[in-house]
Design a protein around this ligand. Structure first.
Ligand code: SAH
Length: 215
């Protein structure tokens, strides 16, 4: 496996400064980003760009999210040590690793087998231990493990899947980019009680699409 060096740590420190300027203030999130070796989750050909605020291809026509996007969604969840979080779209596993580093108990679902296998191996190698990695369809959420303190969707959803709302605990938050086109608007749903959700919207983001189940 490739190495994590002082040079990489230096690049991460610069990335953390950049994220601070972009109003990422959660110390837990910044600490996690300064720890997780993002360059080990992407193709070595992109290594020199690993700590710039960029997205990259990760195989199966998918991308690793921008560091800012990962930081923004992680901060919005307001989760920490011991929180139970469901992630939809494991991809290469970078966001999963950031949440693990924050002490979150992570359940993550991926529908592309190639990426599911890659993330599983990579996270094990780096000693990030999510509670469960699931090969399946994220539109359904993970009923058997509900309720969750937070649910994070890392692909652009054409609509908000109902099961994800119903699998939040009261007080829990769903952070999801909504939009069927090239760009999406980041939405947050907070479960106020059994039947009521408070909705907030944030800026524009760009994700690969959340795809319907192919099985
Ligand atoms: N969390 C990743 C982002 C990966 S990109 C990161 O840290 O960079 C989004 C991922 O969502 C892709 O891997 C894609 O295959 C996956 N995806 C798309 N539709 C899905 C669905 N219905 N269920 C589960 N995963 C899905």
């Amino acid at each position: 496996m490739e190495k994590d060096t002082f040079r990489h740590q230096g690049m991460r420190n610069r990335l953390v400064s950049l994220l601070r300027e972009k109003e990422i203030h959660s110390q837990d999130v910044l600490n996690a980003i300064s720890q997780v070796p993002r360059h080990l989750f992407i193709d070595p050909a992109f290594e020199s760009h690993a700590y710039q605020n960029k997205a990259f291809p990760i195989g199966a026509a998918q991308t690793i999210s921008h560091p800012y996007t990962v930081a923004f969604q992680s901060q919005a969840l307001e989760c920490g040590q011991g929180s139970k979080v469901l992630e939809i779209g494991t991809g290469c596993g970078y966001q999963t690793a950031v949440l693990c580093e924050m002490g979150v108990q992570v359940y993550s679902i991926e529908r592309q087998q190639e990426l599911f296998k890659f993330a599983k191996k990579k996270l094990q190698q780096l000693n990030y231990l999510p509670k469960q990695l699931i090969f399946g369809d994220g539109y359904k959420g993970l009923e058997v493990e509900a309720p969750f303190d937070g649910i994070i969707v890392t692909a652009g959803a054409p609509f908000v899947p109902k099961p994800l709302l119903s699998q939040l605990r009261v007080g829990g938050k769903l952070i999801i980019p909504v939009g069927a086109g090239e760009t999406q608007i980041m939405h947050m749903y907070i479960r106020v009680d059994e039947k009521t959700f408070k909705k907030k919207t944030f800026g524009e983001f760009k994700f690969v699409p959340l795809l319907e189940d192919k099985n």
